[in-house]
Write a protein that binds this ligand. Structure first.
Ligand SMILES: Cc1cc2nc3c(=O)[nH]c(=O)nc-3n(C[C@H](O)[C@H](O)[C@H](O)COP(=O)(O)O)c2cc1C
Length: 160
């Protein structure tokens, strides 16, 4: 099976997880960062994996547009959807915001890869927001973002 992964990632957490997924799949996998490269035509692929990180409740606009523009064709493929949500409480809401309903209904698997707060890589603005987020989370005794390796296992198990 030919598999295409189209993803977006701002601070490389998702990029690294996508490479893990690609290495764990038994098929030929083409990986495309939608912010750097135009995805190839879908006709050559039978399986498509789509996902990206969530910032202020939203996935990357180019990824969101890609899903809307290719909705019909994507519904004819084996499909996996993921998000990288550092704050796992609202994953279902983020999934509904990110992807057209028909893709959510059609997907064989939908997972949250978790997230990491990489302060050293962040823009000034994101760093300020993140520092406030960390303070508030610590005050409430909440959990800071972490990776969710079991989500990768579930996704790979479903597709392999
Ligand atoms: C400014 C900012 C806003 C964020 N907003 C959200 C959010 O609304 N929901 C969420 O689950 N995670 C949020 N996160 C956490 C990111 O999703 C997490 O850091 C993720 O690992 C980023 O992945 P990337 O490095 O692939 O872009 C936010 C992070 C930053 C820095």
């Amino acid at each position: 099976m030919n598999t295409l992964i189209v993803y977006s990632s701002k601070y490389d957490f998702t990029k690294e997880r996508v490479l893990e997924i690609a290495n764990s799949l038994k098929f030929d996998v083409k990986v495309v960062n939608i912010n750097k490269e135009k995805p190839p035509g879908l006709e050559a692929f039978d399986t498509v994996i789509l996902g990206g990180s969530v910032f202020m409740g939203q996935i990357n606009k180019a990824l969101k547009n890609y899903c809307q523009e290719n909705e019909t064709t994507l519904n004819s493929k084996k499909l996996a959807l993921f998000l990288s949500c550092g704050l796992p409480d609202n994953v279902d809401t983020h999934l509904s915001n990110a992807y057209p309903k028909s893709l959510l209904d059609h997907a064989s698997v939908k997972v949250n890869l978790g997230g990491e707060l990489r302060l050293d890589k962040m823009s000034f603005g994101d760093k300020m927001i993140t520092k406030m987020m960390i303070k508030a989370t610590e005050k409430e005794g909440g959990q800071l973002p972490t990776a969710n390796p079991s989500a990768i296992e579930e996704l790979v198990r479903t597709l392999n």
